[in-house]
Design a protein around this ligand. Structure first.
Ligand code: NDP
Length: 242
């Protein structure tokens, strides 16, 4: 058995931070990618190390090709990367499409689509040389709901994440690389422009409440694990019934 070494983009806060903690508890060494908040990334690293696992924090803009290569080059210090969690994402503005600004939409496309593709590309290049691995893309229930009046452009980027999961899973299955997706519903993080959005939308969720970041992590850890050895191309909805 190889020691699991997993890169988590956007691991400094929110869902990504909870995933790092869960993976450490489940035996992974963890590489915490983050964009700007070094203090938050270091706090996550302390949690990982307290669980007895190794951890690196690496500043990296996932929308930038050179920066992504820097992330994976640094990660290799812990040994061959066996897992990638593509998690770093932004909404890129809120409101009706008629009022959206092009720059916010462009940045959402760059981070949520190009960023996931660049990280997945580098991961499959590395994993196909080092004995395979697993990728989990964090999508969103928005991919199928469409987010009218909130951020149609963001929902569209998440539909792209679902599609790249299906295609890449088939493309690299024979290389020993599995590619799956977790699609959260509304989760309590700092992602929301209105911090109370999860509470305000609780009535629209069949389970009657928004989720906690920790409620996403089990699905991610399972998809990275040997228990999911025959699972690829799956989109696992973790959304309280949405
Ligand atoms: P947060 O806003 O709480 O955290 C975002 C994380 O992504 C931070 O660690 C941030 O780093 C990092 N990040 C942002 N842009 C970049 C970038 N260009 N390069 C590298 N890192 C970046 O978001 P959530 O935890 O809520 O969201 C995580 C994922 O889950 C996203 O893909 C989101 O779309 C998805 N999701 C979230 C839902 C929710 O309700 N919260 C629902 C469904 C899906 P830093 O702090 O350093 O800026």
């Amino acid at each position: 058995m190889r020691q699991p070494v997993t890169v988590v983009t956007g691991g400094s806060r929110g869902i990504g931070a909870a995933i790092c903690a869960r993976l450490a508890a489940d035996g992974h060494d963890v590489v915490v990618g983050y964009r700007s908040d070094a203090t938050a990334a270091e706090t996550v690293a302390e949690t990982v190390r307290t669980a007895g696992r190794r951890c690196l924090t690496v500043p990296s803009d996932t929308a930038d090709e050179t920066s992504v290569d820097h992330l994976f080059d640094a990660a290799a210090e812990l040994g061959p990367v066996t897992g990638l969690v593509n998690n770093a994402g932004i909404s890129g503005g809120n409101g009706r499409l008629a009022d959206a600004d092009a720059e916010g939409m462009r940045r959402a496309l760059e981070v949520n689509v190009l960023g996931y593709l660049l990280c997945a590309r580098r991961a499959v290049r590395d994993m196909s040389r080092t004995g395979g691995g697993a990728i989990v893309n964090i999508s969103s229930a928005a991919a199928t709901l469409g987010s009218p009046g909130q951020y149609v452009h963001y929902a569209a980027t998440k539909a792209a994440v679902d599609t790249m999961t299906v295609g890449l899973a088939k493309e690299v299955a024979a290389d020993g690389i599995r590619v799956n997706c977790v699609a959260p519903g509304i989760i309590w993080t700092e992602f929301h422009a209105d911090p109370q959005r999860p509470a305000k939308l609780a009535g629209t969720i069949p389970m009657g409440r928004a989720g906690q970041p920790e409620e996403i992590t089990g699905a991610v850890s399972w998809l990275l694990s040997a228990d999911a050895s025959y699972t690829t191309g799956a989109i696992l909805r973790v959304a309280g019934g949405m």
